[in-house]
Structures are given as structure tokens and as C-alpha cells.
Design a protein around this ligand. Sequence first.
Ligand code: TRP
Ligand code: ZN
Length: 875
Amino acid sequence: MVTTPSPQPSVRLEDYRPFPFKIPNTELNVVIQQHDVLVTADLHLEPVLQSSEPLLLQGVDLELISVSLDGHALPADAYSVGVDTLRIHVTPNQPFTVTTVCKLDPAANGSLEGLYVSGGMLTTQCEAEGFRRITFHPDRPDVLSCFRVRIEADREHYPVLLSNGNAIDAGPIPQAPGRHAVVWEDPFPKPSYLFALVAGDLREIRDHFTTSSGRRVTLRLHVEAGDEPYTAHAMESLKRSMAWDEQVYGLEYDLDEFNTVAVRHFNMGAMENKSLNIFNSKLVLADAETATDGELERIESVVAHEYFHNWSGNRITCRDWFQLSLKEGLTVFRDQCFTADLHSAALKRIEDAAMLRNTQFREDAGPTAHPVKPDAYQAIDNFYTTTIYEKGAELIRMLRTLLGNERFMRGMRLYFQRHDGEAATTEDFVEAIVEGATEDGTPLNFQPEKFKRWYLQAGTPHVSVDRRWDATSGRLTLTFRQSTAPTPGQPDKFPVVIPVLWAILNPDGRAGDERLLVLDQDQQTVVLEGLASTPHPPALSLFRQFSAPVTWTADQDDDDLFALFAGDSDAFARWDAGQQIWKRLLLARASGGDDSHLERRMLDALSQLLSPSGEKDPAVLATLLAFPGRAELEALQNEADPPALFQAACDLRATLGSQLAEALQRRLASSAESLHAAWPAGQGDRQLTALIWSWLSASGEEGVRDAALAAVSGPSMTLARAALRALQPIDCAQRLQALQVFHDRWQDRPVIFDTWFALEASTPRPDALARVEALLQHPRFDPMAPNSVRAVLGGLVANPSVFHALDGSGYRFMAHQIIAVDGRNPITASRLAKVFSRWHTYGQERKAAVQHALAVLAAADLSTNTREVVTLMQA
Ligand code: TRP
Ligand code: ZN
């Protein structure tokens, strides 16, 4: 258990109290000077209670110049300034105005929170608690205010001045030649975390969208000079998002202007500030030559995600940060549905399921496991996790599965109507969904109180399915049992409501009717009577559509799995049957043996799939042939051994490439024709080509290695990257050349060049660690850009034999790098620190090596963020 006292007291959900003041209006005057920025804030406050309360405001790294109340400077004994606070001891019991003047130094701010410099521009990031780095403020999401913001700056350096809402005034400043100012007014009350400001010499791409009620919205995208040609995809994505939210949710955009800015230095993907979305530039700048198909789809979905926040997050926000999943889980659910509608719903579901299993399940099984609604935290930034986002989205999807889409959407409509303009809770959400769904008087098929346990309980539930078959009477008896393993701080778990979509395969190999079992007890039994009396029990198609974020084991033998893999009508269940086979094959190889019988059967199944009468859709085929993620495989080993799994995958690819060479070459040839069709067309063929290249290259096929090398200079980034990935694990001449070609071609485009850093760092070579060190000194490496830091250090983690070296050199190196990053950017450092979270699953030697690295970290002078993660991992 933890013995060191935590350096900072936790924030607890149970301590929530409403703020004793309202701030209906906030006025900011931001004066950008050559060496600093002066921020004058007028907070127009109203006491909520009759009695006069002290006013407590937050402020970090601010130089306070003056404080006044209703226009009168406060005497020194009327207020006190703490480390991160300003307290005004006595306040009037009627509306009053507090004015503060603060000086900021954005150039010295490497945290990328608050106001900071990126390239030549000034930009902000306020979620979750960055506004307190701009001015003294309560800075909590339940204090909603209408903002009016005046920005003043030198016209030549900062011709573009942006903030939220509408520009209501702009012009030169007569008494200050060369300077200008713009005034922005946002009519919608918003919490401080949605505030944004951008100033810089930016180029604008302009378009428009007319909403269903006829409002003409000006869409402006702002990028650095030279980046203009790479903005069309993001702009089209935005228009598609706006149309989708109208069609599916009836939700329209609510202002005349919508701005997007691309910023190179950014901690996360993007940010939904009201009418001024700010994006990591890698999620804006893209076309087919510079981005892969996967990146184009991701950009489309992140643009949608941020846009959808305008309703799920901005119009309805969170009461406190424990409710974070209220906006994030819901908005991920909405962006997942958007992508499903625009592309292939079946493949999108498989992608999301694979991602959940490899990231969220891993988090849920480790030291940083937490519920979708946590009850305590030290640093809120540590809770922007896959549990809050992706598991949160799964909870909403389960509600839809339980209620059916029509009733679910009635609930959604009620939620958006009832809570518009409010700061709400996840309980408010579930209640609105249930009430809206049952408006027509239909009864519920689940208990909401039991469903809400999903929000409170950490850990991935496990379901076991027991199958009894009475061949003579054709009676099938299935017993479902659920359990959830203890997680840190939560030893006792209770049954949750698990929607199980399932079917049986009929003797002809086709799936029968799909059924919904609402599993909400420890154990439930289902009986099917009158089935055809075959000797072998019917195969079970389980958790179709991945109907719940759980793991399961079931009575499924090899015959069942191959039957499902060949012909289940549910794409997820079919894919999952294949994944189970792949897992067995890879685990057998990683443990030194091989399952030659199963491998032979799989080769037969694959020959069939690859044949002209097999799977026609190249994207489906590529998806069925993709190996499970390393995290899933590690979780199935007694002692996780990442290098052994890496080697197993290399060896299996080589075997598959040589055993299936002819069939693979045939499919390669038939995909060639569509290879250069413009996204989204042709992506299935490119995906299949990528997979076949990796198998055939592994098997030593020189012609394929040469074709891959040639693609690195070709017109498609998808194929270039496919080539690099295929060659990367192989020590061959083409690999070196390919990396060099990519380097020379893209070295002047930082967003793309990060990929080269990642590839270099993840290429298995004897001197890899020394090369990683050299990358950090590379003239084009920018230590202030989280993208570059993650490329190099993430690349190292993706290089199992180097990162997991038994002498501990990889872990030690990583610990020192995390300490260095933490000194300037705690958000990025604490996210990186989670690379150590699997240590307790490793063998003895690696365990000891990670513990040593954690001790190095713990002994350093860490931020609260990184300290919290390290302490949890050491517990
Ligand atoms: N709300 C953002 C999103 O999910 C997340 C985000 C962007 C964020 N930047 C951040 C969270 C910085 C914490 C810190 O769309
Ligand atoms: Zn979000």
C-alpha cells in the first residue's frame, strides 16, 4: 500500500458545493506587448446567498498588479494572495464587480496550458484548469458567464486576433500607431474552460454552411503561411459534421461564425472552445499525399467530435470534473456513429472494439484503473483517459442497445431540451434518457439503478458462458455468469446490466435470429427448445456488435470458431472468432512451441478466404487477417513477454507469406487497379495491399520489398507508410533505403517528419537506444512539441526488444526522459509515465528493472500530475 503521504490533498466528488456567487458577465482586456501580456478582468458577481461570503479565486503563475472592488483599489488587508489563490475576505451582499490586473509571460510557459506561444502565435488551452493561468477566477465548470473580450496587439506581428463568439468591433488604436484591437462578444454563457484566444500572423481559408433554419454560418480555418493547401479535408469534414448533427439529432449551429485554428504545440488532439476550436496541426493539415487513409478518417472524426461538443459539452456542460464523461463519453459516442454512417458501420465497430480491448481494458486491469465517474483525483488532467472517453461511450451505446434506437433518441432529445444552458451530471443524463425513452408508457427491460453501477465501478466485467446440449430433444441450455475482479480501492464488485446480443449458427452455417439477453444477475440461464438434433451442439455467436465492454469465455471449440470465422453474419462476431484463433497461434509461438494442427487449419481457412470465391471486400479481408494487438496478447500470458510476442508475430507473418504466397500475389494483383482511387475509395485495397506486403516481405519476397520501397516515393502516403511498416521489422537493404527516402522527402514538413522520428525510434537494431538518444538531439527535433516527444519516446516503447531490454536500460532511459519532460510539461509527462503501468505482469527481471525506474522517477521533483501516476504505479 501507499505509505508516502500524498503531496496534495485529493479533490473529492462528495465535497462538491455550489459556488456561492454567480458571474453573469466577464470582461477581459488582453493587451499583448512585446515581452509580456497584461490582462485586466472585470468579474461582475452576484452573491447566491443572503449572507456575505469571502470570495476565493484561483490563479497560477500570475503577477498580480492590482485588485479593486467596484472601482476602488482594495487595501492590502482586504485580501490575501496564497500560492495559487486570491481571497477577498468580505464581499457586499448585492451585485459587485471585482477587477484584477495581471501580467503574464507566455513565452516562458512550456506547459501548453493557459496562454502560451506556438511558432509566432499566441494561443490558449483552458480545459481543464488553464484559465487560472490567464486571470484570477473560480475556474470551475459550473460557473457560467457571458464573455466580452478585447484584444489589443501590434498589427504587423498579430494581424489576426480571435476569441469566442462574434467580432463586434475592430480597428486601429489612434493613440498607439501600429497597434489594433478587436472586441469579441459571446452571447452564450459558458464555463471558463471553453474560453479561447488566438493572436498571430495566420492565413485564412473561408467557406460557409447554411443551417436547416437558414442561418448562414461563416467557416474560417486559420493556419500558418504555407499550410493553406492542406486544409480542404478538414473543411469538408466540418461541413459534413454540421449536416449530420442536424439530420440525426436535429441540432443546429447557433452562431454566425465558426473558427478553427491549427497549432503545432498542443498537448492533446483538439479542443472544443465555443466557436473557436483549436486543433493540433496534425489533425488539420492533410491530403492523400501527406496523410494516410487512417489519418484522414481520424481527422474527419476529430473535427466532428469537436463540432459535436457545441451541444454535448458547451450548450450542456459538466457540473464538475467528475462528470467529465458526460460530455466526453457522449461526444465520442456521437463521433463514432458519425463515422459509422459515413463509412462502414461494421468495420468501424470492429476498429472501436479492438481499440477498447487494447487500451481501455489494459487501463482497467492496472494500477490506474478508475470508474467512468471517478470519486477522487489529485490532477484532473490525469483523467482524460480511455476509460472516461471510450468506456464512457460504450455505456451510452449499451443504453441504445437496451432501449432500441427510436426510444433512445427520444431520450436524447429530452436530454438536450431539459438541460440546455446548464452544468449537468451523469445522473441527469441517465434519467433524461430513461424518461424520454418511456414517454410512451413502454416498460423498461432493465433497472436504471443497476445500470448506473457502470459509472461507479472500475474494472472490466467478465462473462462466462456454459453450454449444455441435449442432442436427442434439441434442447440448448446456456448459463451466463458475470464477475468483475477487484481494482485498486474497490475490492467488492456488484453485478451490472450487461446487454448480450447473441445467436446460434444453424447447421447450414448461417446465424439464426439475434436475441438480447439482459444479464443483470450473477448468473442467468437461457433455454432454447426444438432445435435440429445434430450431434455437435450449435456454435454460439456471442456479444454480436460487441454489445458490451466486457471480456468473455465460452464453450467454443475449434470447429465452432472456424464455422463463425467462415460465415457469421455479424461482422464483429466473425472477426472475433478469427481473433481467438490468431491469439492461440501467436501465444503458442511466443511460448516456444507452435500449434501446428491449428496453424494448418488456419492456413486452409485463409486459402479459402483469399480465393476468388472467398471474401470479396478487401477491407473486410484485411480486417479478418489482422493480428490482435500486443496489449491483448500480453494480458493472456502468465508472464507478459513483449519481445517474445513481437518475434512470434514476425515468424508467423513469414510462415503465412511463404505458405500462401500464390494466393496473396493474386489478391495483390487484383487490388492494384484501385490502389490510387481518392479516399475514401480505394482504401480497402490499400489496406489489403499493406497487409500482403508485410506478410510477403517477411517471407523474403524481394520483388515485394522492392515494390514497397518504390511506394515511399509515390503519391500515396497510405502506401508509403504501409511500405515502411512492412519493411521495418526486417533487417534488409530496402528498409534502410526506405527510411532515407522518407527522411529526405519530408524533412521540411514538421507534422509529417514526426512520423520519421517514430519510425527511426521503433526500428529494431542493436544500437537502437543510442539512436533514440541521437534523435532527441536532432536539429529538427522540437522538445516543446508533444507530437515530437511522443514520436520518439512512443517509438521507443513500440520497439519491444529495446524498451524491454532485460538489463533495464530502456526503462531507465525512459524514466530520465519523463523527468525532463515533466519539468516543462506535466500533462504530457504524466501521460508518458503510464508506459510503466504493466510492470506487475512481467517476469522477475523486468519487474525489478521497472521498479528501479519507478524509484528513479519517485525520487525526482515531480509535478502533481506525474507524482499521482507514479504513486499509483508503485502502490
Ligand atoms: N476536450 C478536449 C476533447 O476531448 C480534450 C482536450 C484538449 C484536453 N486539450 C486538452 C484535455 C488539454 C486536457 C488538457 O476534445
Ligand atoms: Zn472531447
